[in-house]
Ligand binder design. Structure first.
Ligand SMILES: Cc1cc2nc3c(=O)[nH]c(=O)nc-3n(C[C@H](O)[C@H](O)[C@H](O)COP(=O)(O)O)c2cc1C
Length: 215
């Protein structure tokens, strides 16, 4: 059976910089024999986690009380072998719908309450997670908050963290002057990154990748 990737697409722009690299990633995943589905998070109803704790009372099901699109997304995540988060950097982290989804998933998927860390039960244990990122501000440490946050998030969730590829693009208001990112070799970088993730998925030997263009 073909392996599955789910792409959690967290940019508001379906024709922007994040989309450009996501399309290349999707094409390459399919070339490597994966099926992939991209979910446009800005087009979904994703309410913030209310921290009510109801999901912690069920062991094998998601158990969230909120009626929005998150259960549907969570079920697609559960069917996937690889979770690819595609997001622009907003205020040093991912975008708001992406963060809201991460908050909802972390409790629905992980049953923590009243347990010691070694007994945490994860419904999505051993899936792989990686990120495709677009950003504009050339600070050396620009990717650190999101990378560190997701490293801890994956450890907490018993997911394999395969790292990120961050592509620099001029701010969207200046973009017309910045040229096509394929000209800068970004398509080849995206394909190398996907090759790395797939190798990690196949061998279960995780070597976290971090690459930032334009620093
Ligand atoms: C509200 C907002 C906050 C942003 N914050 C950052 C930031 O903290 N660091 C950064 O490098 N870029 C920041 N950016 C720029 C975007 O990450 C960048 O333009 C990205 O390429 C946009 O991707 P898109 O075309 O998919 O929207 C911000 C953009 C917006 C609109």
């Amino acid at each position: 059976m073909k392996k599955k990737a789910v792409i959690l697409f967290g940019s508001p722009h379906t024709n922007g910089a994040t989309n450009e690299i996501t399309v290349w990633a999707k094409e390459h995943l399919e070339k490597l024999g994966y099926t992939s589905e991209s979910i446009h998070l800005y087009g979904k109803k994703i309410q913030p986690c209310m921290g009510c704790g109801v999901c912690q009372k069920t062991e094998e099901t998601l158990g969230c009380m909120q009626k929005d699109d998150v259960a549907e997304i969570a079920n697609k995540v559960l069917e996937a072998d690889l979770i690819l988060i595609a997001t622009p950097i907003y205020s040093s982290f991912c975008t708001a719908p992406t963060k809201a989804l991460l908050d909802r998933l972390v409790y629905m998927m992980n049953k923590y309450l009243g347990r010691m860390p070694e007994d945490w039960h994860s419904l999505w244990e051993s899936k792989h997670l990686a990120m495709l990122i677009s950003y504009a501000v050339k600070y050396d440490e620009i990717l650190e908050p999101l990378d560190m946050g997701m490293k801890i998030y994956c450890k907490h969730s018993k997911l394999f963290y395969d790292g990120y590829l961050a592509i620099h693009r001029k701010n969207f208001m200046l973009r017309k002057a910045s040229g096509n990112s394929e000209e800068f070799g970004d398509k080849a970088r995206v394909e190398d990154f996907i090759d790395h993730i797939i190798q990690s998925c196949e061998t279960k030997k995780v070597a976290t990748w971090s690459a930032v263009t334009g620093k």
